[in-house]
Structure formats: C-alpha cells, structure tokens
Design a binder for this molecule. Structure first.
Ligand SMILES: Cc1ncc(COP(=O)(O)O)c(C=O)c1O
Length: 459
C-alpha cells in the first residue's frame, strides 16, 4: 500500500514513529483466504483445520465445520464457528460496525443534532479491535512514539502508562501537575505543550476522564476551557497535536455538573490540527474485564479529503496501518468475547444495555457519595482529596514531609487491616493513597474511613 493520502493530505504520516511509518499489512494469508472464501471452489488457504463434523464428533452432523473438541461446546451455547476459528485481524466486521454506532450513540446527540451525528459517522474510522485498552494504548503509542519522544500526561495517571510508554517504548512522559486550586491545571497543561513543542515536531497528549487514580472528571466549564486552551496553543505552536483519549471509565460520571460524555466528541469538532484518538472497550464499560476487547478509533478532519473516494481510501490506509500493528503483535483478538459482545448488542440493543448497566452504576454512585461525605469529615491540611466525580477511585493526598504514602499504606494495612494503593512519586509531586471504592461494600465505607482517620491520627 502506498499511503498516498496519509502522506499527502494529512499531517499523520510525518508524525508517525519510524515503526508507524514502516508498518503495513501485506496481502498475506488473510487476504488470500478472504478472496478464496468469495471466489474459490476448493479452499486450501488458512491454517484452521476443517472436516465433516460427523467424522470427529460422536453424533456430529454432515456439515463442513472447523475441527473442535466437543468439550468446548459444553461450556457455551454460542455457535462453535464463533468460538474456535480466528477472528479477522482488525476484529469481527459486524462488531466493528456496531461499536462505531455505539460510539455515535454515546455522544448523546440523538436525532436532534443530526449534522453532528453525520459528521461522526463520516469522520471517525471503523474501530479496530485490540486486546483490551492496554493493547490499544501500546498500539497507538507504537504508532506515534519513537524512543526519546515526549508524551504529555497529568502527573496523576494510570501507572501502566509509565510501563507502556516509558519502560516498553522508551519514550518520555512529560508530566504536569493535574490540579491547581482543585481545578484542572490549564497553565501547567499549556506550559507542558509549549516545552515539548520546543523539542519535537508533534505534540502527543494522553487524557483520561474519569481519571484513574483520582476519579476527576472535568466540569463542563473546565472541559470548555481545556478545549479553548488547546485551540489557542495549537495555533501558537503550529504543530499537530495528537490526543489519546482513554475512555476506559466513560459511562461512570456521578455528578450532573461534570461532562456526561467523552471529551473526544468536542475534539472531533475542531478544525485545528488537533487529532483525537479514542480508546474504549468492554472492560469497565460493559463490566467484562477479562474479555480483553478494546477499540481504537481515529478522528479525521474534513479538510484532509476532497471527495468520498478519498475518504474511503484514507480510511483504508489507516486501517492497513492498524491491522499491520495487530498482525505483527497479537495477530487478532479473542473471537469468543467478540462474538458475545456482538450478540449482546444485536439482541439487547443500546438502550437496554445502558439500562441494565444503570443498576451497577448506581451502586458505584452511592458509594462515591458516601465515601466523599465521610472523608470530608477529616479536616486536616495534611490530608486532602482530589476533585472527583466519576470512575472507580478517588485519591487522598498526604503531606510528603510528614507522611510517606507507602509507609502510611503499610501502617493502615498492618494495624487497621485496610488495603489501599499508595502512590509515592515525589519527583512528580504525588504522595497519597488511591481508594478503589468500586470494590468496597457500601456498608463498610464509614468503618473504612474511620480506620483511615485513626491511622492518620496515630501515624
Ligand atoms: C485509565 C485506564 N486505562 C486503561 C485501562 C485498561 O483497560 P483494559 O482492561 O481494557 O486493558 C485501565 C484499567 O485499569 C485504566 O484504569
């Protein structure tokens, strides 16, 4: 593939990593087997063994089927052809289509604003299925980051970003203090962009709302200010800004003043060279962590294309790059969980899925309200809670000069039998504990906070 449009019409190719520029999906086995399915009378392409079911299963039928062990069938009522064969490299076509519709649905535009819906439909790529969001992060990281390149992130972030971007890809994370006066730290964010712009020709940013570990989700006013700041800064530095939008906890927002949908949608509306990449998946969103199904979806700019043909071609070029990355790393993603997810969407529908999830969301919301209420009672300047209104966690800051987070967590565990995660990184201004209230019985929350309070007093 020549990647003509990626090279000539978009800023993307130039800001890809060396790997991102190099990788492509050749017309290999999957291409020829796809063609053979449509064109051949006798198929000898793919390494999936087939036979007449009656020849390998007692009481089997006369049909041509993938060879399988009947035990597999005992554990599921999903058709065996959706369990044992490979899924396609980019994911099951129907699942990709339906997840795209799900992304559009999640924007919450409904039919009222059909122009926005239409824009999304046209300008987002078909989601590529990855092995959970973790694998999606590694994929987009590999696509854009060379060794030594910077990616900007708030200091309080999911620790695995450091594993993926720094330890694995050998890139550098440029941290900025997440909060200033209990609000998103716009100045720190801008400063980080300006500093990185002095070193490299592209700006990469990762944002995650609701956030792990803090639970922070921007107020609508903060979201607007972030967007405005991005627009202004992009203009002044005049370099493309790529934003990885990690939407792992997208539906879990518990406060009406906070954004009720991903910032991805507002970023999609920008004319500037600010390119959002959405990472979402079933782990938290559909409470199926072990399914390992994530999606990578790239937002395109209308100005990059002249006509329908170019739009189609550009999407194919991007798809080829992402499938090239999948093929060369995980090959393809778990077929069974893709099939289950697809079935659920097809048979239950979006509204019902949201409705079913609501009970779970309310459980978390009640815990969120109670734990915040209880923690507020601990009035001490050495103990402060970060702004939080969603997700699965919240974060309590401790005064590093007096209380080291790791020692405190140890004390809390040993003496008070309460387990939390300490995060102690003084070099980027973090010292505190992450409390995963998502996993605590609401009836234990007051007791837990009481023990934390005691542990704090007698530390
Ligand atoms: C912020 C964030 N992003 C991504 C992930 C990983 O998602 P997945 O399980 O789909 O790989 C997590 C999981 O803890 C997370 O907290």
């Amino acid at each position: 593939m020549e990647f003509k449009l990626l090279k000539n019409n978009t800023p993307l190719f130039n800001v890809f990593s060396e790997l991102g520029q190099r990788i492509y999906l050749p017309d290999g086995i999957f291409h020829w087997s796809g063609r053979a399915k449509k064109e051949a009378e006798i198929i000898g392409t793919i390494g999936t063994a087939y036979g007449y079911e009656k020849d390998f299963i007692d009481g089997g039928l006369d049909n041509w089927a993938p060879l399988y062990l009947d035990s597999f069938k005992n554990y599921t009522n999903i058709d065996i052809t959706s369990v044992v064969p490979y899924a396609s490299i980019g994911g099951l076509q129907e699942l990709r289509n339906i997840w795209k519709e799900w992304i559009i649905y999640k924007a919450g535009y409904k039919n009222k604003e059909s122009r926005k819906t239409e824009q999304l439909e046209r300008y987002i790529t078909l989601p590529t299925v990855t092995q959970g969001i973790t694998n999606g992060l590694f994929m987009v990281g590999s696509l854009f980051l060379n060794e030594g390149d910077f990616i900007i992130s708030p200091n309080k972030r999911w620790g695995n970003y450091d594993n993926i971007f720094s330890k694995n890809l050998n890139a550098e994370i440029k941290s900025f203090d997440f909060f200033r006066n209990k609000q998103f730290n716009l100045e720190g964010f801008e400063q980080a962009i300006i500093e990185v712009a002095e070193k490299q020709e592209k700006i990469l940013i990762i944002l995650n709302f609701p956030n792990n570990p803090t639970g922070y989700t921007p107020l609508k006013s903060e979201r607007d200010a972030i967007i405005q700041k991005l627009k202004e800064t992009q203009k002044s530095i005049d370099k493309p800004i790529i934003i990885f939008v990690d939407d792992a906890y997208e539906p879990y927002v518990y406060n009406d003043n906070s954004i009720d949908h991903s910032i991805f949608y507002e970023l999609m509306e920008l004319d500037e060279n600010i390119i959002p990449i959405k990472l979402d998946g079933i782990s938290k969103e559909l409470l199926a962590y072990g399914g390992r199904i994530g999606f990578v979806t790239i937002g395109l700019k209308p100005s990059w294309i002249q006509n329908e043909e170019e739009l189609k071609q550009l999407k194919q070029e991007i798809n080829n790059k992402l499938e090239g990355l999948n093929r060369s790393s995980i090959s393809n993603t778990n077929h069974f969980y893709q099939a289950v997810t697809l079935k659920m969407f097809e048979e239950i529908g979006f509204e019902m899925i949201v409705q079913k999830r609501e009970k779970n969301r309310n459980l978390l919301k009640n815990r969120y309200e109670l734990i915040n209420k209880e923690l507020k009672k601990i009035e001490n300047t050495e103990f402060s809670i970060d702004p939080n209104s969603g997700g699965f966690f919240l974060f309590v800051n401790l005064d590093y000069d007096k209380i080291k987070a790791t020692e405190f967590a140890d004390h809390l565990l040993k003496k008070y039998k309460v387990g939390v995660i300490p995060i102690e990184k003084p070099e980027i201004n973090i010292n505190g504990i992450r409390i995963a209230y998502c996993s605590i019985d609401i009836n234990d929350i007051s007791e837990m906070v009481d023990r934390i309070h005691k542990a704090f007093n007698d530390f």
